[in-house]
Design a protein around this ligand. Structure first.
Ligand code: DX5
Ligand code: ZN
Length: 241
């Protein structure tokens, strides 16, 4: 990925706010995606749920295919589905730019990550709140993105689970130790307060559903981006002291 909106002065990673359309108003999805683009959002987070790996069912290929025709945002597809290897080619064909799978959902996550890269898109690996980081430590070199879930996957609007903060820190530390530059994404309960916690712990891609879509979306994006900028700049000042 190129430079994020809050990357100025921050040498290491781009920072991105990734709106999750799970909380969008599907009656006006196209209009909301245009607002996101106007507000210089670059990455759209797309949650696909199968009612098996997670209790809920969201949407799938037809929705992605139809918004792909209208939007030039980067489509970050988060697959909360069992045995995701079955569908990689389909999601690429309908317009995914990155595909994130859950280690808990795969027999052979290594093979699926390789297949995602071979299909020409970015590969992400994710862990649920109660899965230890050790479950993915051998997969980090195959991932462009590591998603640390900060709520139980399945629903928007839940509260951030504080025990996940240490896992974000551990993922970033492991990546640094191995000389890897994958993006560290967090998803669930991200708002103006928890943004500080996750950025300080090492996250650089922040998914937000309710914080972006509840109320005035334009205003929410502006406020959240300003907040992320403020946090990053403060960290920079402290680092450079
Ligand atoms: C949860 C999804 C999230 C969800 C986040 O399973 O993966 O992307 O939309 O919603 P908020 O930001 O409302 O917690
Ligand atoms: Zn998600």
């Amino acid at each position: 990925m190129g430079k994020g909106f809050a990357a100025e002065g921050h040498s290491s990673y781009p920072f991105e706010l990734c709106p999750s359309i799970l909380s969008a108003d599907f009656n006006r999805l196209g209009e909301q995606l245009s607002i996101a683009s106007q507000e210089r959002i670059r990455i759209l987070h797309i949650d696909v749920m199968d009612g098996d790996f997670v209790p809920s069912i969201s949407f799938g290929m037809p929705v992605i295919r139809s918004i792909r025709k209208e939007s030039d945002l980067f489509f970050d597809v988060h697959l909360m589905i069992r045995d995701p290897g079955r569908y990689i080619q389909e999601f690429v064909s309908c317009g995914a730019d990155s595909i994130t799978i859950h280690v808990e959902a795969c027999e052979d996550a290594e093979a699926v990550l390789k297949a995602i890269r071979e299909a020409g898109v970015k590969a992400g690996i994710s862990i649920k709140p109660h899965t230890p980081v050790s479950a993915i430590s051998d997969l980090l070199a195959l991932a462009d993105l590591v998603l640390v879930m900060t709520v139980e996957p399945g629903f928007g609007g839940q509260k951030y689970i504080p025990e996940c903060t240490d896992k974000i820190r551990e993922v970033r530390r492991l990546l640094d130790e191995k000389g890897l530059t994958a993006n560290v994404q967090v998803d669930g309960g991200i708002n103006y307060e928890t943004a500080q916690t996750v950025i300080e712990a090492g996250a650089n891609y922040l998914v937000a559903g309710s914080t972006v879509f509840n109320g005035d979306m334009r205003e929410n994006i502006q406020t959240m981006k300003a907040r992320i900028n403020e946090i990053v700049q403060k960290l920079e000042r402290l680092k450079n002291y």
